[in-house]
Structures are given as structure tokens and as C-alpha cells.
Design a protein around this ligand. Structure first.
Ligand SMILES: Nc1ncnc2c1ncn2[C@@H]1O[C@H](COP(=O)(O)OP(=O)(O)OP(=O)(O)O)[C@@H](O)[C@H]1O
Ligand SMILES: [Mg+2]
Length: 277
């Protein structure tokens, strides 16, 4: 057997591995000390993530759930390379994450569209290197069509509703065909129907591109309907409470799939909700 045969295969581009991730922030509040309720002192380290292990396969949609303040956004920022002060291992495609990458796109919760640029200009932002103008226009149109906004190229963001702006952001993120797409609570603030449509839009885009999506959500239904895998965090200092691959067929409907309904019940309980079951 040659040496080349014994080498392990090249890790896939969207494969993410997190091992024993620990992250602390320094206390910056000058809190008054109350002997009855001890609080961290100024400058003291507050442990947020306490040994988090996660595996994400290439092309998966992973939904991360957990109580407010447990460190979901912190984790996303670390995997996306925006925060490198942690201990443990965080790697994508076998390479240690050392900073942000143009192949990894982050969709923030707040709108990130440029107001002074048209919708077409915004979606084309990541395609600046494409010299062929006609091909670029075609690509912009293709992605706008995927999010059901064909023909809106020349509009400005202020001429669109909040939900439409979100869809433009999604088109912009997907148009660069990132290896990994990070989304931090992307549907927050949308009305119910727009939320449902956005969910569908993300699933359609994923079906089309098959790239890894790591999404933080507070919506259990989102996670159960969309996720190829769900990860649930506990309270701080945070560890993984449950990590599970979801093999349910799509399209998923919690009300008609008893196994999915049972999982939903378990997840609600795990997150401390005993009613609404
Ligand atoms: N830059 C920072 N400096 C100090 N503490 C921080 C910083 N960013 C976040 N924290 C603290 O770390 C904890 C986790 O924050 P994070 O934003 O990751 O939570 P989250 O799980 O995303 O919460 P939410 O669901 O409310 O968005 C919080 O207690 C927060 O106060
Ligand atoms: Mg957050």
C-alpha cells in the first residue's frame, strides 16, 4: 500500500468540529458587593461555554436552541471566526478557525443591507470579482427569483417590507455560495406568515445548494421542521444538553408525525416549558 493510500480522505469543506470549547468573558460591571448575593467582581472571568462538543456534517442544517444568555451567539461568533479568545478545538474542514473567511457567511439578526444600494447591488455585493457583467446580472436575478423577489433589482431597501429585506439578505448570502452559512435568529421580528415563508425559502435554498447552515433559533418548531440536527444548550455555564440527528422525512409536519410530536414534547420539557404541550 502506498503512503497516499494510508492518508485519511480530505475533510469536507463544510464539516465543523467543536471539542471541549470553553469561553469566558471578563466582568466589566462594577457591582456592589452584597454578601447575601455574591456577584462576580470587576475583572473576574465569567465562564459562558463550559466544554462544548459539537459535530456538524457537510451540507447539514443545524439548529441551535437554548435559553437566552446561554451563549448561542457567542458560539456562532467563535465558529465563524469573529472571536478567537477561547480554549478548545474549533475547526472547519479540518482547519483550525483562525478568523473570518469569505467562504463562511454570517447573517446577523439586524438588517445588514446597504440603504444606498439597490436590491440588485446588494445581492451582487459578494460577486464583485465576477467580471462578466451579464453573467453577474443573471446570477443576481437567479437568486432573487429563488427568494421570490424576481424583478425587484432596481428597488431600494426602503421600498421593501421587513420580510422582503430579510429575503434579499438571504439571497445575498446564498449568491456567493458559501461553504457555511451562519444565521443568528434570522426570523425574529417577522410576522407569522412571513416567518413560515422564510423558513420555506431557506429550505428551498438549502435543497438547491446543499451547503452547511448553522442557525440559532429560539423557535422549537423551526428547529424540528428545518434541522438535520438539533443541538440544545442548558443554562450557563453552558454545555450541550442534547445533540440529535433528525432523520424525519421532509416535508415535516409535527401534527401528523407522532415521533416528531414526541420529540417536540421532550424538547419543550427540556427547555422548561410544561404547558402548551
Ligand atoms: N462582549 C461581551 N462581553 C461580556 N459579556 C458578554 C459579551 N457578549 C456576551 N456576553 C455575555 O455572555 C452571555 C452569552 O451571550 P450570548 O449573546 O452568546 O447569548 P445568547 O445565547 O445568544 O442569548 P440570546 O438568546 O438572548 O440571544 C450573556 O450572559 C452575555 O451577557
Ligand atoms: Mg443571541
Amino acid at each position: 500500500m502506498s503512503f497516499a493510500d494510508t492518508k485519511s480522505p480530505a475533510p469536507r469543506e463544510g464539516f465543523i468540529r467543536v471539542r471541549n470549547l470553553r469561553k469566558a468573558y471578563q466582568e466589566r460591571r462594577k457591582a456592589r458587593r452584597d454578601p447575601e448575593y455574591p456577584s462576580p467582581r470587576y475583572g473576574e472571568d465569567i465562564l459562558i461555554l463550559d466544554g462544548v462538543d459539537i459535530d456538524i456534517d457537510e451540507g447539514e442544517i443545524v439548529c441551535i436552541l437554548g435559553p437566552s444568555g446561554c451563549g448561542k451567539s457567542t458560539l456562532l461568533r467563535i465558529i465563524a471566526g469573529f472571536d478567537t479568545s477561547y480554549t478548545g478545538e474549533v475547526s472547519i474542514a479540518g482547519r483550525k478557525v483562525a478568523g473570518p473567511s469569505p467562504h463562511h457567511i454570517f447573517v446577523f439578526q439586524q438588517s445588514g443591507l446597504l440603504d444606498w444600494m439597490t436590491v440588485g447591488g446588494n445581492v451582487g455585493l459578494g460577486l464583485r470579482r465576477m467580471k462578466d457583467k451579464a453573467a453577474k446580472r443573471e446570477k443576481v436575478a437567479e437568486y432573487l427569483e429563488l427568494v421570490d423577489l424576481a424583478g425587484f433589482e432596481d428597488h431600494y431597501p426602503f421600498q421593501l417590507s421587513g420580510g422582503m429585506q430579510r429575503r434579499v439578505e438571504l439571497a445575498r448570502a446564498m449568491a456567493v455560495s458559501p461553504e457555511v452559512l451562519f444565521m443568528d435568529e434570522p426570523f425574529t421580528g417577522l410576522d407569522f406568515l412571513t416567518h413560515m415563508r422564510m423558513r420555506e425559502e431557506v429550505l428551498n435554498l438549502h435543497e438547491y445548494l446543499r451547503k452547511t447552515i448553522v442557525m440559532v433559533t429560539h423557535d422549537i418548531e423551526d428547529a424540528l421542521i428545518m434541522g438535520d440536527r438539533i443541538v440544545i444548550f442548558g443554562n450557563r455555564p453552558t454545555r450541550v444538553k442534547l445533540a440529535r440527528k433528525l432523520e424525519f422525512p421532509r416535508p415535516r409536519d409535527v401534527s401528523s408525525d407522532p415521533d416528531l410530536a414526541e420529540l417536540r414534547r421532550q424538547v419543550y420539557l427540556m427547555m422548561g416549558v410544561h404547558y402548551a404541550l
